[in-house]
Design a protein around this ligand. Structure first.
Ligand SMILES: Cc1ncc(C[n+]2csc(CCOP(=O)(O)OP(=O)(O)O)c2C)c(N)n1
Ligand SMILES: [Mg+2]
Length: 583
């Protein structure tokens, strides 16, 4: 029988990515644990493989070969004490910044410490033998596959990053004896482009979108560069209230992206350019892109959308300035932007009068937030509710989506308000988040430029939404998941007394009529004598209904058919049908 590549996928990923990154030199030491790798590369004429019994010598051979050829070199060794002998050579490589990719093969690391023959603990690596060390597990499902693809790309790119140096992969094996894989699968390669890199990739043809995660305040010149880029390349900018971009190509996309019954394939860009940090706009994150480029000075591989192919380690300004001069040739007009905008306008026009809820409050107030103020949103329901509605262009907005805590929403707004006493600061916050951090409104630095809208539904209504995973528990979710009934259980006096005693102007509403009477005062554009707290009592069921309505404005025919089939056949029947269709 002829042997080809191993069927161990983690090894296949390494080999495929070595080839795609142009790495061919290998120094192998003998053993069983590294057999899957060694046997696979020795039958592939792409690789130039050398043998060294002594691992200490192997590592120094790799140093000499790498320095002389100015190429990376791969080391491969087995279990037992083999890897220990790499240390002197790797120390040399570390201080000379030589790109040595060290593969130390091992049984799965859960076996460490159980007196399994030849299994050693490699979890502690000296600081000055490699710049980066990872464990590559066996691939048992798609998550493992993704994990391995990302880790191997990261490890290989680290060989060259910031001057380069040695890198370590602790590579698990199951001792498979199946070497029947004739054609090596092509796994996803990721490249890193730095500003001194002279061959920037070409923009792919087709639709281009920029996704802006939470972003620090954008200066005008960056906004102008993005606008110029969009104009030249028929691009659109997907934003939420944490994105900070206010240029011409902005679309606040949660309303469209959140449509549960809409077929989104037409909306999906061919290239998604990912800037900014973490986003709380789950709906727009779900749109994704067929291919993703990430642009960030940190240069890290962050595969938020599972489709990353290039990371640009540079300022966004540098990236957009460069590509604003390019034209991907797919179109000279801005039809993709117009299409997205049209979708948004269509959905907006279908919003009916909603039940009394955070979403309804947003629909009534978002566009009336006084010009030039700042607004913060609590996690998660408040941010999502207000992301459906536009704010005035001069209003800046943010949310604690770095860590998604409900623990500091009041304090963060207070902190922001200290930066400019002449400006109004609004906070939209749930009851649990308010009570968590309520001591902050007693802080002696509180100014009269602060205004809180506390949406008090007596629990974490997030967990009571019709589409939340806890919905299956019905009322039982109240006990411990949604944590209902704490903090006075929607007492009309508690927040009123506490806040007025602290010098706040207090107002409240329990229905739409109450709201109409008081909300204009809360939106007074001038700084008033006192800070304000507007407490609105809502009900979880109404909150959930409002969300269900606003995410069901659009229904695509294809989805209608699927839904209809589901109702007719039930869940089991649909699964059965799916299996039959696959066959
Ligand atoms: C410190 C912290 N603990 C727990 C959570 C999980 N969590 C996310 S949303 C939420 C409910 C918040 O309730 P509330 O502030 O009343 O907002 P609502 O969902 O009712 O609008 C919780 C507990 C979190 N994000 N942060
Ligand atoms: Mg609540």
């Amino acid at each position: 029988m002829v042997n080809y590549y191993t069927n161990e996928k983690n090894v296949q990923i390494i080999i495929s990515l070595l080839k795609q990154h142009g790495i061919s030199k290998v120094v192998a030491s003998p053993g069983t644990t590294n057999m899957a790798f060694v046997a696979s590369v020795q039958q592939d004429s792409y690789f130039e493989v050398y043998s060294s019994v002594d691992e200490r010598s192997a590592a120094y051979i790799a140093c000499g070969l790498s320095a002389e050829s100015v190429e990376p070199v791969v080391l491969s060794c087995t279990g037992a004490t083999a890897s220990r002998n790499y240390m002197p050579g790797l120390t040399e490589a570390f201080y000379r910044k030589l790109p040595i990719l060290t593969l130390t093969s091992t049984q799965v690391i859960s076996k460490v410490g159980h007196h399994i023959a030849q299994v050693t603990d490699r979890s502690v690596v000296p600081n000055d033998i490699v710049k980066h060390s990872v464990y590559l597990p066996l691939v048992k499902d798609d998550d493992d596959l993704w994990n391995c693809e990302i880790k191997v790309n990261k490890a290989i790119l680290e060989l060259f990053r910031q001057g380069g140096g040695p890198v370590h992969i602790n590579l698990a094996t199951s001792y498979s004896t199946d070497y029947s894989i004739k054609e090596l699968p092509k796994y996803r390669v990721i490249h890193r482009i730095t500003s001194n890199y002279d061959s920037y990739p070409e923009l792919p043809k087709g639709k281009i979108a920029i996704f802006v995660g939470s972003h620090s305040i954008m200066n005008k010149s960056l906004v102008d560069s993005i606008d110029e880029f969009c104009e030249r390349n028929n691009a659109v900018v997907f934003c939420d209230h944490t994105s900070s971009y206010t240029g011409k190509y902005k679309v606040l996309y949660a309303l469209v992206a959140g449509q549960r019954l809409l077929d989104k394939s037409e909306l999906r860009p061919d290239l998604l350019i990912h800037i900014g940090e973490i986003s709380g706009d789950y709906s727009t994150l779900g749109i994704g892109g067929k291919e993703v480029w990430r642009v960030n000075e940190d240069g890290e591989i962050r595969d938020t959308f599972n489709k990353l192919t290039n990371v640009f380690e540079m300022t966004e300004q540098c990236f957009f300035n460069y590509y604003a001069k390019e034209n991907n040739g797919s179109s000279d007009n801005n039809d993709y932007f117009l299409f997205c905008n049209q979708q948004l306008a269509d959905s907006k026009s279908k919003i009916p009068d909603l039940p009394f809820s955070n979403i309804w409050l947003a629909s009534k107030m978002a566009h009336l937030i006084p010009e030039g103020s700042t607004i913060h949103f609590g996690i998660l329901n408040s941010l999502r509710s207000w992301n459906f509605f536009e704010l005035p262009k001069t209003v800046t907005s943010a949310s604690n989506v770095g860590g998604f805590g409900i623990d500091g929403n009041v304090s963060s707004l207070l902190g922001a308000s200290l930066a400019n006493k002449e400006k109004l600061y609004f906070g939209i916050i749930g009851d649990l988040a308010f009570f968590y951090d309520m001591n902050a409104i007693g802080n002696r630095h509180v100014g009269n430029n602060l205004r809180f809208l506390v949406v008090n539904n007596g629990k974490g209504t997030e967990f009571k939404q019709f589409n939340h995973k806890a919905a299956q528990f019905g009322p039982d979710a109240d006990k411990f998941i949604a944590a209902a009934g704490h903090y006075g259980n929607k007492s009309p006096e508690l927040v009123k007394n506490y806040s007025t005693n602290l010098g706040f102007e207090y107002m409240s509403a329990s229905n739409k009529d109450d709201f109409e009477k008081v909300y204009k005062r809360f939106l007074t554009p001038q700084i008033t004598e006192k800070p304000m707290l507007f407490e609105v009592f809502t009900d979880s069921e109404e909150e959930s209904k409002a969300l269900e309505i606003i995410t069901s404005l659009e229904v695509s025919n294809s989805i209608k058919a699927k839904d209809f089939a589901k109702q007719l056949l039930g869940k089991k029947g649909t699964e059965f049908m799916r299996k039959i269709i696959k066959k």
